[in-house]
Each structure stands twice: as C-alpha cells, then as structure tokens.
Design a protein around this ligand. Sequence first.
Ligand code: ZN
Length: 396
Amino acid sequence: MIITIAQSGRQKLQQDTKLGMLYLNVDLQKNWQLQMLRTLLLKRILILFLLLATRLVVANENQVFTGKLISVNLAKSEIVIENDKQQQSIIAVARSTRIIHGDQKVTLITLCPEQQIAVSIDSSIPAVDKIRILGDRKLPPKLLYPTSELVTVIRGDLPIIISAPHGGREAIPGVPKRNNESTPKFAIKSDTNTYQLASTITEQLEKKLNGKPWLIAAKFHRSYLDANRSLENALEHDKAKAVYTAYHQALQHAILEITCQYKTGLLIDVHGQSRLPDVVWRGTRRGTTLGGLVDDFGWDVVEGKDSLMHTFNLLDYATHPQGMDASEGPFGGGFITATYGYPYGLNAIQLEFGYSFRANKEIYLKTAIDTAEAIKRFHQRYLTKKLDCEPDAINR
Ligand SMILES: [Zn+2]
C-alpha cells in the first residue's frame, strides 16, 4: 500500500508500506517560480525525510550520478554506486521501477509514469558503470540489442509481448545437447507447437487490435538451451550464450519500449504442459507477477470478467487453478515470468496449454484465435493508457 507522507503541489513524498520504501514523486514542469518554490519545499521535506532515513538519494531533474555500480538489491529496490572519491550513494528506486537483470551486467531501468524519474545504466556503453538519472522518460539513444537467427523477434507497437521459449526445433551450431541432469529444473523436452501457437496468436492479435504485439520466440530446441532458466542453469556450452543473450535482451528491450510508451503492459509466456491435457494452466506466482494491475484492480485481473482465464472459460476452455488461494504449481511462473513480471518488468502471466489445444495445425489455429480474443478483452480493459513518449530509433 502506498501512503503519502508529505505533499507540496505535485510533489509527494510517499511510502510503500509493503516494501518499506520511501520515494518521491517529482513533477517536471518547466515553470521557474513553481520549480523554485517546489525546490525550497522539497529541501524541507528532504531534511525531515533524512532524519527518518539517511540512506536515500533522491533524483532531481537531469541529475547525473556517475560512478561504479557496487551492488543491486532487487528485493529492496536499491542500488549502490560509488564515485571517484570513494563515496557511496544508495539510490532507492521507486516501487513502480522496472529493474531488469541483464546478462553479466546489470541493466537498471526505471521508467515510472507517475514518478517521472528514470534510472538507467546505459548498456550501449561498453563499460557499464555509469548511472544516469534522467528527468524524463526518453530512452537512451541508439540502444542496440544483439540478435540471433535462432530467435524470432517481431517488433511491436502494442503493450503486449508474446514470448515462447520452448517451441523451437533447431539445433544451435557447434553446441551439443545438454545432458547434465543435476542442473536445477533440468528439462530438455520441447513444448510441441508452441512456436506456431505463439506466432499465430500474434497474427490474430494484429487482426483484432489496431497494432502489433511483440513476438519473441525461440527457434532453437530446448535440448540445447533453455531460455526460461537463469543463465547459469540455461546452458552447458559457451556458444549457446549469445543465443540466450539475444532472447533476453530482446525481452528487455521490448519492456523498455513499452514502459516508455504505455502506463503498463502485459507479457505472456506461452508454454505447453502435458499434466492436464485439456486445461489451460495459469502461472502468476499467485497473482504476484500481475501485481502492478492487481494493486489497481484487484484479483479481477487474474480471474474477473475481463481476465484471460474468464474469457477462456467463456470460450469453453477449462482453466487451472481456480481461485486466489489455489496452488499454481508446478507451472506457477518460471524464470521469464518471474524476472520480467511485476515488480521488475511488466505484468506477466505464464500460459501452459494442454496438448489438446496444440496437437495439430487446425487445433492450434483455433486456440490462437481464442487466445487472441482473450488478450483483446484484457487489453481493452487494462492496457490502453498511453504516455507521451516516443522511443528513439533502435533495431527497427
Ligand atoms: Zn515450457
């Protein structure tokens, strides 16, 4: 829950009681007198605030912190940087901050529609040790992400990402099949026809909505690389790493663009399960990965009338589980859903389609049409709010 501790004009000092974190709503209107008045008031608030918590650094408009990244505490949404005088600053980033964990390096992005403060470590700079606190929602220019022939990326303009990490069939050249069964959650079986299902959902959505969702789908077979795992558990051969990076940086990039342009977005990670072949199984870590929307709209987001699950039910699909207290395990939301869902990325849901919904082309085509209908309803209810920010030209 967010409570407001102090307020002046459009500036608010607020606390997230759940995370125990304080943050500041900064308004960036270019009105000198107002701005000065605000600055004065802000200083007073800050003194009061510093008495309460001495560790917070608050970002002003266009303020730039340069230094070495010392640590990132995702749980507490804090980063620590050190300047050349060995002084360390802890920067508490806001609750709606998007924090994205990159490959070896950490990419931090806060694009908060309300706070209007962005923190990023510009990953296009080779030495990723610069933290810029920007006063607007603009993307870093010329941000590039690596691509791979084994990862399909279709750039979208809607706040929807369809991801399918387990539907590929191709080998990765020079990479043997994985065989280390002691790897946590080791699995090498592919999710049959989910590449086709995900691509067809994307096509159907384009027909139903006035725009394009993002599609990020693996062409590589899971036996060589599992993109739905942390890097250390995803692969056994160095050559697979570039493909892993391509998948995840495309996801991160899509999230970056979406959070720049929309108040919120939805990531759907498409999978196949064979435990209950006639069921669509949801994974949201009990609503947590959809938490940004659940905070605003309640459990309806997961099972209410415009939820994906409810539309599936209306279209005669059995869904699992039912109710807020039911366990979602063992498909409760894997690495992608957890990493890129709330609070670190967008709102995210894992959809595990039973085999009966993807057994052949005729069947997955119908499933894709119905899934697109469910996403359309969800989109119209929850995802249409745009922000006034356009991304710079990047990998188009
Ligand atoms: Zn899967």
